[in-house]
Design a protein around this ligand. Structure first.
Ligand code: NDP
Length: 319
């Protein structure tokens, strides 16, 4: 495993990291989580991603219990969480980045994770109803209180990120250092175009999500939705349209021979494609079982296989 700086920040993250969305609590209990996190850690993963909103807080509890059982040295890994959606109904506690919500919610996340601090704390979405200045101050205060080491954004507009950085610089506050955007062969516009300035001008880091488009880029949805897949889970009906879209499936089929020529599985090929972009600090992988983790971790062997010919062949599929 190689490690990349989180943009210009001093901290380094493994090229492949491991996240808990959908899987922890819903598909994986503590035993299975311990097994998957161990496989990732043994392969060199040093960054584990979570969010307050995943499984209504249960995902943080499962990761916290797994880490307690694993007993790894705290300095050897990074944990993140993300705030925005909220766990309670009420005007100040949902879909917000107001000061009260942020300062209270971080304590809830830390209690569920069983930790004194998280390494990275993300604003899970932008909140157009709270002044960015209020959010920047709150995130700064959380860091000053020792509850997070770095903070970042997820799916914010580039202009809002620049505003947040400029406010922080003006007041000598802790700046956001990392964005968490979607990035995969199908969804790449924002990462590839909108955020370009952030990486080049501000040295912003990136931990990218859904590299396999929720599993579509493994080829597993070719013959319909497997009963043991994310696409079959209750409550994820909204994903089914994307996972069974004929045009997307045709593109997946066209990618298969390119991956095969490389000697990679489609999952490994799709993960490595994300990593050939130098603006990616870490690709957040997800898995519902340990075999997937083992397969996915081998993707790093293919990062240098994306020759101009291969890139051209991929462009042809998506043109
Ligand atoms: P992927 O797009 O890679 O999807 C992962 C899912 O695909 C797995 O849970 C599994 O689902 C299936 N899969 C993975 N590997 C294989 C394999 N080798 N063979 C067959 N199936 C496979 O990533 P996620 O969508 O899970 O996102 C990764 C992480 O990114 C999340 O855990 C989270 O930390 C973060 N994230 C952040 C968001 C944000 O808004 N900031 C939003 C979404 C994710 P199954 O077995 O059930 O089919």
């Amino acid at each position: 495993m190689n490690y990349r700086h989180l943009g210009r920040a001093g901290i380094q993250v493994s090229e492949l990291s491991f996240g808990s969305w959908v899987t922890f609590h819903t598909q994986a209990g503590i035993d299975s989580t311990v097994e998957m996190m161990t496989a990732a850690y043994d392969a060199g993963v040093n960054f584990f991603d979570n969010a307050e909103g995943y499984a209504g807080g249960k995902s943080e509890e499962v990761m916290g219990a797994a880490l307690k059982r694993l007993g790894w040295r705290r300095g050897s890994y990074l944990v993140s969480t993300k705030l925005f959606w909220g766990l309670h109904e009420g005007p100040n506690e949902q879909n917000t980045l107001n000061r009260k919500y942020l300062l209270e919610s971080i304590d809830g996340s830390l209690a569920r994770l069983g930790m004194d601090y998280v390494d990275l704390l993300y604003c899970h979405r932008a909140d157009p109803t709270t002044p960015i200045e209020e959010t920047v101050w709150a995130m700064h205060n959380i860091i000053e209180r020792g509850k997070a080491l770095y903070w970042g954004t997820s799916e914010w507009e580039a202009a809002d990120i620049v505003t947040a950085i400029e406010i922080a610089e003006r007041h000598h506050l802790h700046k956001p250092v990392v964005e968490q955007p979607v990035y995969n062969l199908f969804d790449r516009h924002r990462f590839g175009a909108d955020y370009d300035r952030l990486y080049k001008e501000f040295g912003y880091g990136s931990t990218t999500w859904s590299p396999l488009a929720s599993g579509l880029l493994t080829g597993k949805y070719k013959a319909g939705i497997p009963s043991d897949s994310r696409g079959a889970l209750e409550g994820y009906g909204w994903l089914q349209e994307q996972l069974t879209d004929a045009d997307r499936l045709a593109k997946v089929a066209a990618l298969e021979p390119i991956a095969r020529d490389m000697g990679a599985s489609l999952a490994q090929f799709s993960l490595a494609w994300c990593l050939q972009n130098p603006h990616v600090s870490s690709v957040l992988t997800g898995a519902s079982r340990v075999e997937q983790v083992r397969e996915n971790m081998k993707a790093i062997a293919f990062i240098d296989s994306f020759t101009p010919d291969v890139m051209q062949a991929i462009d042809k599929v998506f043109e």
